[in-house]
Design a protein around this ligand. Sequence first.
Ligand SMILES: Cc1cc2nc3c(=O)[nH]c(=O)nc-3n(C[C@H](O)[C@H](O)[C@H](O)COP(=O)(O)OP(=O)(O)OC[C@H]3O[C@@H](n4cnc5c(N)ncnc54)[C@H](O)[C@@H]3O)c2cc1C
Length: 464
Amino acid sequence: MNGTSLPSGFIKTIKKILKANQILTDPANVWNYGYDNSRRHAVPDMVVFPATHEQVQQIVSLCNKHTVALTPRGRGTGTTGATVPLHAGVVLSTERLNRIIKIDPANRYIVVEPGVTNQQVQNAAKEHGFFWPPDPTSSAYCSVGGNLAYNSAGPRAVKYGTPRENVFGLRAITGLGEEIRTGVFTSKGVVGYDLTRLLIGSEGTLAIITEATLKLTPLAESKRTIQLIYANIESAAKAVSAIMAQPTIPCALEFIDGNAIDMIRDYSAVAFPKDAGAMLMVEVDGSENQLDFSVEDIRKASQSDFLLEFKVANTKEEVDALWATRKALSPALRNISPKKINEDVVVPVSSIPTLINGLEALSKKYNIPIVNFGHAGNGNIHVNLLFDPDDEIKNKNAHLCLDAIFDLVLKLNGTLSGEHGVGIEKRDFVDREIEPVTLALMKRIKKEFDPKGILNPDKMFPLN
Ligand SMILES: Cc1cc2nc3c(=O)[nH]c(=O)nc-3n(C[C@H](O)[C@H](O)[C@H](O)COP(=O)(O)OP(=O)(O)OC[C@H]3O[C@@H](n4cnc5c(N)ncnc54)[C@H](O)[C@@H]3O)c2cc1C
């Protein structure tokens, strides 16, 4: 791999493909494109800003010819280091691939370039009475390309699915510089292998997405948001299974544990009872005249001797306060502890009580505070280990604790990441989840798409 400096033939040709204002090489400028929200950092040799599919194709072909590492980058909000250019080389920013190409309400799809933000898609779809279900909390900033490459989701996935369930097809450039088109423009289709789902979640290691046909969903007429407070985690976790086992599927089912409640109690606009051990936030959507029945369905399913409060938010202010509390959790942790390891493990919903009990036991064993919250309806729990990295013992214990957490998750038939991806952060654990034969097949697939290994090298898989 051509690392620290680019060959002169490469530089000469790239200046023919792109205008001067589409290339950065000054170390002070390229530095900014070397990090993401994992807080890891590496400095690329060059950052390029292609504005067309054709330019992307020419850049990839050139990198392939000279064996130069190429890291695609959306907005760098990812949390696992997948945009950090470990081998220097070229960072390809999709900022200028930012056009909405077509919106087709009659056939319920929108075609966009990868640099369009999630929020821009939502705004365009809303004008026609639609939305695109993937809704990461970072939607105002993050790009569709990043959403697809990480299969990023959010609360709505519990009812409407992740990008894998909400994309009709893609146009992309493989590591060889070849253009491929995957999928269809229809809501059904089974001709050929499903390369759309293969590329989604591949973290920029197989191909660079240059166009995406996103499946749109009609906006519901109305919503109700319900706050449920339980005395303990077990009863809240059992309610999650019960809610998910009846036909009124919530459009959000979020979970906050007692430690998280204590952490935000003082500055949240939501009043928590003193003995609150866990909170669920449930949202149901549909036509206005059916929502009272939906709320009743949730009430019945969530009953428990340990249910302390069942409150339907009646005003926009009350709904906003609930969501603000949930969304403030992740950034708040950064202020509370010098370091957090933020995992987004998933277990089958019926195993949530076992997971939470196991986490509590591990927290005690390793003396590391753990705060849990997340998208409980999918069994997707954000597990946050809080510690001071300068304290040698705590640092060591936190990593031993993390190791044990992954073992627990896999024992429960879970997976190591629901939506944040693998990147650099989790690559060393991947072979615990995927057995050798399957992993070897995945590596052969990577070789087919990208024989020289130029696309986002050393991400997603263990190094050996
Ligand atoms: C405050 C905050 C809240 C967040 N909340 C959530 C949440 O609720 N749910 C969630 O899932 N995530 C969340 N995230 C993580 C992050 O926002 C998402 O992973 C998001 O999808 C990343 O988009 P991005 O444009 O920043 O991508 P980047 O971080 O720039 O890139 C992510 C990956 O996509 C690849 N990539 C980018 N563009 C392309 C392309 N065109 N072709 C191929 N590969 C490409 C990159 O190489 C990299 O592997 C949050 C992050 C922050 C900072």
